[in-house]
Each structure stands twice: as C-alpha cells, then as structure tokens.
Design a protein around this ligand. Structure first.
Ligand code: 5AD
Ligand code: SF4
Length: 435
C-alpha cells in the first residue's frame, strides 16, 4: 500500500510541474513515506531525517532541503513530529496525500510546521502515471482503504482510518487502461480486500457472486487482463465463492494470502481476530481442494502477550497442517494506541526468538517440499526485470507468486514465458526457458 501511495504522490507531483530525481543530494524536496506496523518506526524516521541534515552540512548545501513526512507515522504523530527539532518541514497524513503539492507550496511560501491530517478529497485521483509505476508490467490497483477490524495488536485502523471501498466502475476503468498500456498483471490491494463494499452496484451489474468482492473479481476477470492477484484477505470474510471465482477464471491467479496470525484460539481471541482456528482450517480445506492448485501464504505473529508454550505448539500444529508456500513471521511488537498496548508484553525477547526460529524451521521444511515439487515442471513466468545479481538472468513471478530466476535477455521483458524448473532455493525457483 505504501509503494502504491508513493506512486500516486509522484504522479501528482509531476502533473503539477515538479521533477522527480533519483539523486537525493540534488533534490530540493525530500519526501519520506513511513510505515508504523512494526518495530521502531519513529526511530527509523528520525535517523533518516538526521542523515539528510548531516549530509546537507557535510556538503555545504547553499539551501536547506525541504523534508516532508508522509504515511502512517505522519498520520499518528502529526504535529508532534516538529517538536523541538526543526528538522521536518511538513507532515502529511495518509488520506491527505492528494494535497502534497499544496503542502509544498505552503512551505515554499514560508509557512513553518505545516501539517495536514485531513480527509481524502472526493475528487482524489487514484490512477498512477505510466512512468511512475514500480514496474512497467505489474500495477497495484487499490480497491479498499482503511480497516474496521481493530485487531488488538494493530495500528492500521488508527493510521489508515475506516474502510472505504472504491467504485467498481472506477476500478474496472483503471484495469482496462492499464491493459492498454501493456500491463500484464494487476494486484488489487487493500488492508482487507474481501471486505470490499462499494457505495453502489455500478460496474458490478452483470456479475454474480456471493459477496461484492467475488463479484468484483469476476468483473475484473472480464476485462481480459492476463493476470489478477489480490491481497490481503481477512479470514473471517473469506467466502468460499472467492475460490470458485478463481477456479472459473484463468486470469485470476493461483495464490491466496490469508493471514492467520496464530494457531491458538486463546491467542486469536485475545487478538480479537474474529475467527477461530477451526473456521480458518475450513477455509484452508476449501483452498487446498480447489480444482486449480492454489498457493497459500500467511502472516503469523509470535510472542503475543500471554502466549504460552501450549499456544505456540498449536501454532506449529496449524502451520504443519496448512503447509504454507511461504509465511511472514513477526515478533509481536507493542504499538502505542492499540488495545494490546495495555497488556504486558510478557513473552521475553529470548523466547520470542526461540519460537520465531522453531516456526521458521518448520515452515521452511514444508516450503522446501512444495518448492521441490516444481523440479522438472514447466511454469509460466512473467519476465519482470533483469535479476539484481546477474545481468544475464531475468526474474519474474509465476501465477502462484513464486519468484523464478532464469537465463534470458532483456528483449523478453514483459512477456509471459514457459520456464522449466531446474533448481530450488529458499523462496526462489531457478530454471531455463522452455521452447
Ligand atoms: N506486532 C507484530 N506484527 C504485527 N503485524 C501487525 N501489527 C503487528 C504488531 N503490533 C503484522 C501482522 C499483519 C502484518 C502486516 O503485520 O501479521 O498481518
Ligand atoms: Fe490490522 Fe487486523 Fe485490520 Fe489487518 S484486519 S489491518 S491486522 S486491524
């Protein structure tokens, strides 16, 4: 979501006459887009601002660079980011980013400590200019912003506000437009995509489905764009019809990201997730028994307050049952302002580390089995970029969201090619183009 926000901010700035530079030292204005989900978000921000100011001094810049802070830390901390430091020039909240040029104008006009934490304007433009996308072939399309779920550990409902869905007709218009521009793969994004609830039926009239989200999936599939992925899904609202929609449409990709967070009902209850482990496993059974082979990924938090050894064993059991293609594991980190902040963070760092490593080991083991099952098989890969490590290699994703590296030249970038898998490593498949 933050990458997508940055793309839209850059689009807006360019259309208002600003120029984007990759050279930080040459910039008149530096914008920092922040995340506050985990770890020491403010600390990271201050370190970064400190570096900018230090390099200004070292290089004897004639003019101070303007530093603006965007994103979740901006929304949560607001004015307090100015306190006593005189290092940050303006602060723009998560729903105020459409007014980035206005904020800059204010600062250029001499206004000190300018901040805007206001609402998103009705006329906000969600589209991204072609040259501001993170990839020429893959595009993010926000379909819902914010979150109403208030899981007790999570800052997102406070930093991103309540759920607000975009009109389906607008989403479809964007996807058609992206398709015309040569985009092969769209990711429908939002904190909880399957809680999608648009203000009207506009754009969905001709599509059936048990929920507005599964209707939207069918509507986006009908645009004919080659690949459609979506994340993140919320287990409680994950209707089996989503799996049916995926199985009916070739271009709905073979991947579901469904964060479970814990395998223990005690912990899930304390997290106020709204699902039990039994509910979750039912959804997993539906996904695993689908007619298409669907990859399954998840997020898990270990060390939530009062998580006992038995709770953790339940998480291991759940992970072993689910056989995730991959999982993001996070150590619980208390976030000020969330309900769980009042609970004692009573799982020691040492135990968190121990549990983290044990869970990671189990997930890696299962993952290895899944990855090895691809050996000698042929998969379709969207050639997205030249590999970071090797100029003669390209890198891309399968429909099941596996990263695949293979030998190939830049001319085939943007094409979907058949690759025969010859080797596997943690999180990556390697192969050769198969003709
Ligand atoms: N501590 C640790 N992990 C967290 N996440 C969200 N809030 C916290 C927190 N306070 C994780 C969840 C979520 C992912 C995006 O970040 O697993 O799914
Ligand atoms: Fe956070 Fe829960 Fe909302 Fe996900 S569903 S963004 S974890 S509050």
């Amino acid at each position: 979501m933050n990458v997508s926000d940055s793309e839209r901010v850059a689009t807006r700035l360019v259309s208002d006459g600003f120029e984007i530079t990759a050279n930080e030292a040459a910039a008149d204005i530096i914008l920092i887009n922040t995340c506050s989900v985990r770890e020491k978000a403010e600390h990271k921000l201050y370190t970064r601002v400190g570096q900018i100011r230090k390099s200004e001094k070292e290089n004897n810049f004639s003019k101070k660079q303007i530093v603006g802070v965007l994103g979740c830390v901006a929304q949560l901390e607001g004015e307090t980011l100015f306190a006593g430091r005189n290092e940050i020039d303006f602060v723009l909240g998560t729903t105020a980013v459409g007014r980035v040029s206005e904020a800059i104008e204010k600062v250029l006009g001499g206004q000190k400590n300018y901040f805007d934490l206001g609402m998103r304007e009705e006329s906000y433009d969600w589209s991204v200019a072609e040259n501001q996308r993170h990839s020429p072939f893959v595009a993010f399309v926000p379909i819902i912003e914010g979150c109403n779920k208030f899981c007790t550990y999570c800052i997102v409902p406070f930093s991103r506000g309540r759920e607000k869905s975009l009109a389906a007709s607008e989403i479809i218009r964007q996807v058609l437009n992206l398709r015309r521009q040569g985009v092969r793969e769209v990711h429908l994004i939002g904190q909880n995509v399957n809680s999608y609830r648009p203000p009207t039926d506009s754009g969905l009239e001709n599509f059936r489905g048990a929920t507005p989200f599964s209707r939207l999936l069918r509507a986006v599939a009908a645009t004919g764009i080659e690949r459609i992925k979506f994340n993140t899904s919320f287990p409680r609202d994950f209707h089996p019809d989503i799996v049916d929609a995926i199985c009916e449409n070739e271009n709905l990709c073979n991947w579901v990201h469904l964060p479970v967070q814990s395998g223990s009902n005690n912990v899930l209850k304390a997290m106020r997730r709204g699902h039990t482990i039994e509910n979750y496993l039912e959804k997993i059974d539906k996904i695993k028994s689908a007619s298409k082979k669907l990859a399954l990924t998840t997020d898990i938090i270990i060390g939530f307050p009062n998580e006992s050894d038995k709770d953790f064993q339940d998480t291991l059991k759940m992970a072993d049952y689910c056989k995730f293609d991959s999982a993001y594991i996070f150590k619980y980190s208390p976030r000020q302002g969330t309900p769980a902040f009042a609970m004692t963070d009573n799982v020691s760092e040492a135990v968190k580390t121990e549990r983290f490593l044990e869970l990671e080991k189990l997930i890696r083991l299962n993952q290895r089995g899944i990855f090895e099952s691809y050996l000698d098989k042929t998969v379709e890969v969207l050639a997205e970029k030249v590999s970071n490590k090797n100029d003669s290699e390209l890198s891309g994703h399968t429909t099941c969201q596996k990263v695949v590296n293979f030998k190939g030249s830049a001319e085939i970038l943007g094409k979907i090619v058949k690759v025969k898998i010859t080797e596997t490593k943690t999180n990556t498949l390697y192969g050769e183009i198969y003709i």
